[in-house]
Design a protein around this ligand. Sequence first.
Ligand code: 5GP
Ligand code: MG
Length: 180
Amino acid sequence: MSSIQIKLNDKTFVPYLDAQKIQEEVKKIATQINTDYHDKNPVFLCILSGSFMFCSDLVKNFCGDCEITFVRMSSYEGTQSTGNITTLMGIVEDIKDRHVIIIEDIVDTGNTLSKFIPEALSLKPASLKVCSLLVKPEALQDKVKVDYVGFSIPNDFIVGYGLDYDGLGRNLQDIYVIKG
Ligand code: 5GP
Ligand code: MG
């Protein structure tokens, strides 16, 4: 991993999780999901935009039949969750009687999933679980159950590996944290 700090617009970020560590964790999560779903033809429901990279790496490590579908939610402005959750693109596939796994990049306040999970459940999937690469337990305060978690992290703003600051940083292979 690069040991240097990076600048995105007006903010500086320092290295936090390197690509190798992230990939190892993604493989561990995939192993658990393989055990639970290899014969279930699950639907991976990727919440855009932040989850695109995690979802892509995760499904490459899934060994059975599966489908992948996308929804787009938005809640963040700059470095803050607005609490104002907008569904920019909802569920278009039929998930009735399917085993659905929601794929999130990070669960922070849980507001996004608190809004999204009832919407998904109203479509009567056979089962619904949540998988998130990162969770901020301090902000979440058990509001939402996350069934598969990569890393539990402090309540600091991060970028990279799909996560952005004002649209920038999504392409980075490593994850960086805002310089305090
Ligand atoms: P929540 O609704 O749980 O507060 O957060 C939902 C979304 O906000 C996450 O899926 C993610 O896209 C974005 N988010 C939360 N924390 C961070 C963060 O530290 N950095 C970035 N770039 N986005 C975040
Ligand atoms: Mg997200």
